[in-house]
Write a protein that binds this ligand. Structure first.
Ligand code: SAM
Length: 300
């Protein structure tokens, strides 16, 4: 089923969390000269217009990036994320929002490699067109050798063929729509396989915080994957909506997180809760752990 279109959700509170974490994970990898590979198993369209089409209809960005746009005192990592969005909007008016592939393209260096998967026929075309435009504008893009490659296909299965990356350094973002419950199973199975092929890679899984059982169980299932450190952060902007519709919380589960991630999140999460809160049930959770074969969770 391919009914999901990320344009409806572009720039919402979940994207704020996901893209802020993503940028910091890539920055960390970029501290060493050796190239890394960034793999996005579910890329979406890459760039979204906020003032037309689906995003303008849903206006979900008002729960996210719009709340930060005019803030002056942003903590460093949030400021860096907002600055990246600002660079897409040189007029100063918030018109475009970068998806994960674009964030990665801005942060990754010339020597790094970006591998993007997308299955939706419309979004894959938009993704290809967006990277072609970057290339035409003389920005980084697909033309620079094999720096960026866009793959029409299933990211869960496509990932296998890319691991381990030649430099043995890499970040994989797994960000499926979760509209079908099989996505939860496939995330876990894909990670279990990926960790055998590339045990030292960093893996970031975005997930929705929902009442449905599969969503509530996913972080615990990921904690049990073989022998890796993990970090789990979630952000809820409020309690459930009266009609039960609309996403109010999401999380990022990171396997093999850099040591810098936890202190960075301890700094920015209270700020994000305050800035994005819709009501007094807004909150964050942050926990890190080692494999549950040992004593288990280190901090909660
Ligand atoms: N990662 C993007 C970002 O942060 O900007 C958003 C991705 S969106 C949540 C999920 C995307 O996955 C949708 O564009 C959907 O069409 C695509 N998709 C769904 N199943 C897929 C699959 N098995 N392989 C690759 N893409 C898939």
């Amino acid at each position: 089923m391919l009914s999901y279109r990320h344009a409806f959700h572009a720039g919402n509170h979940a994207d704020v969390l996901k893209h802020t974490v993503l940028i910091q994970l890539l920055r960390y990898l970029g501290q060493k000269e050796t190239p890394y590979m960034y793999i996005d198993t579910h890329s979406g369209a890459g760039v979204y217009a906020l003032d037309t089409g689906y995003a303008n209809k849903s206006r979900e960005y008002e729960t996210g990036i719009a709340r930060l746009w005019d803030s002056k005192d942003l903590p460093g990592p949030v400021a860096e994320y907002v600055q990246l969005v600002r660079e897409m909007n040189p007029s100063g008016k918030m018109r475009y929002y970068p998806g994960s592939p674009y964030c990665a393209d801005r942060v990754a260096r010339e020597q790094d490699r970006i591998r993007l998967f997308e299955l939706h026929p419309t979004d894959i075309k938009l993704l290809e067109d967006n990277f072609r435009k970057l290339e035409a504008e003389g920005q980084r893009g697909a033309s620079r050798g094999k720096r960026v490659m866009v793959n029409r296909g299933d990211g869960f299965t496509g990932l296998k063929g890319l691991l381990p990356p030649p430099s043995r350094r890499g970040l994989v973002l797994i960000d499926p729509p979760y509209e079908v419950k099989d996505d939860y199973r496939r995330v876990k199975d894909t990670l279990a396989d990926a960790l055998i092929r590339f045990p030292t890679g960093t893996y970031a899984v975005w997930y929705p915080v929902l009442q449905r059982m599969e969503s509530r169980q996913l972080p615990d299932k990921l904690k049990r994957l073989q022998g890796k450190d993990w970090l789990n952060v979630s952000l809820s902007i409020g309690g459930p909506t009266p009609d039960g519709f609309g996403l109010t919380g999401s999380g990022m589960f990171v396997i093999n997180p850099p040591w810098t991630l936890e202190p960075m999140l301890r700094e920015i999460m209270p700020f994000l809760v305050k800035a994005l809160a819709r009501d007094d049930q807004a909150r964050f959770t942050l926990e890190t752990g080692v494999p549950v074969t040992g004593p288990g969770v280190r901090k909660a």
